[in-house]
Design a protein around this ligand. Sequence first.
Ligand code: ZN
Length: 339
Amino acid sequence: MISNAFTIGVDLGGTNLRIAAYAQESGLLETIQLSTRLADGRDAVAADMCQAIRRLLDRYSRERSLTGIGIGSPGPLELPAGRLRQPPNLPGWDGFELRATIERALDRPVLVENDANVAALAECIVGKGRTLGVDSLCMLTLGTGVGGGIILHGKIWDGMSGMAGEVGHLNIWTDGVACGCGGHGCLEAYASATAVRRMAEEMIAREQAPGLAALQASNPRFTARDVSELAQTGDLHARRIFADVGRALGIGLASLVNLLNLPLYVVGGGLANAWTLFSRSLFEELRHRSYVYRLTDLGEDRVVDSSPGNTHVVPAQLGPDAGLLGACLLPFTAALSKV
Ligand SMILES: [Zn+2]
């Protein structure tokens, strides 16, 4: 690999559009942050993206060699075509040929990936994966919804057409609440910021939660973060919500650990800041439901001392930059696979 190589990565979100130049030895060289002009249509957003990419190309390609351009986009996406399929966070973008549109405008090849997958890639290469010295992981991103990504030996596992790793729609409760995907009882309906707010509203409606009712009275637009702050003060009802989040995560992780037997499972996204509030019930469920976890557990309950490896379930390391970093890293992993 050329030592002065650089890449350009794009983190396309429903609110923000971030474009960065990246070099392996120095990390992010420069980041351009724009608002995603959703109201002006997808062509306007694509034009903003291309203009920022060109600016970074002009600035860095004289001294450095471009390895490639990576874009992390909300899904669902068809890959490798880079075509959007009814993305809930990008209304009006159904059928949009994101990859082809950007390649045509720039007259260069680009790589498109699901945003949760590139965040997982970044955690693997420059986050918790690097810290623990492993090259495979599964990441769960707890935000408005629950996203996920699976990295096997340093590469994203896309599945047949780019839709693998949809851990947010693992079934947790057969008769659970309705999910945006059309199913019922999905992990996303119990372990997302949206789910925390829903559970709080249900408790308030049952008139059983004075602390939460007071929160709503003082701030009708309260968020999952407000509920977690209330839980940190010791409010029993708010704490119960996070215990339920942990329970759902533990049940979901038990399936993932049994299925994948990976060395590392990373929990990221804004709601992961409440790790200390939900991790206890998470590990209770995980130990109870996954014999693979019990046989590879790091903790006090480890059954087999001579296990071939340990299963780590830990909070993410990178924070909100993971998606942007992953988009920047994507061309490097694609370049490696051709060697
Ligand atoms: Zn679902």
